[in-house]
Write a protein that binds this ligand. Structure first.
Ligand code: GDP
Ligand code: MG
Length: 166
């Protein structure tokens, strides 16, 4: 099994921390090229039976960065070409404009989306369900997975959910 996965989320939600944890020393490809292409490979995670290529979609998580309509379309179309999207949120912060911006871009896509609720080490488990509800109102998710990218909690099950979509 192999496929492409895009990670999106507003700044500081923990995307780099997650990638570092998953890919760690197993980095197969890292691209330092300027972000001129529609998809930038951030790393490849390989096990005996699954190969997952993690992709960054430049522009999709930068509402302040004024992209032209055309560039925005290019970025959004790139999300149609991946096998799965990880929409990462920071559970310690309320849903904000940055999240709403991403939600708007994700609406109407056929690509399966996993809601990754990061930084659960900082909250009480009871606080998780209401957060899920506030996102489920707006998008359909193939899975919802609370993790701590920093501590590694639940990262393996998340990779299992990703593998199901490849
Ligand atoms: P990015 O901008 O989405 O790539 O976010 P980073 O990976 O750079 O993380 C932003 C900050 O959040 C850093 O200080 C991380 O150490 C911290 N962070 C990331 N994941 C977690 C987590 O699961 N728990 C906690 N407590 N902090 C985290
Ligand atoms: Mg980062």
């Amino acid at each position: 099994k192999s496929g492409f996965v895009s990670i999106i989320g507003r700044p500081n939600v923990g995307k780099s921390t997650f990638l570092n944890r998953v890919i760690g020393q197993k980095i197969a490809i890292m691209s330092d090229k300027p972000q001129t292409t529609r998809n930038k490979i951030q790393g490849v995670y390989t096990t005996d039976d699954v190969q997952t290529v993690f992709i960054d979609t430049p522009g999709i998580h930068k509402p302040k960065h004024k992209l032209g309509d055309f560039m925005m379309k290019v970025a959004t179309n790139a999300l149609r070409e991946v096998d799965a999207i990880l929409f990462m949120i920071n559970v310690t912060e309320p849903k904000g404009k940055g999240d709403d911006f991403i939600i708007e871009k994700l609406k109407g896509l056929d690509t399966p989306i996993i809601l990754v609720m990061n930084k659960v080490d900082l909250i009480h488990p009871n606080d998780i369900p209401p957060i899920i509800e506030s996102y489920k109102d707006e998008l359909e998710f193939a899975a919802v997975v609370p993790i701590s990218a920093l501590q590694g909690n639940n990262v393996e099950p998340l990779l299992g959910e990703v593998a199901k979509l490849l």
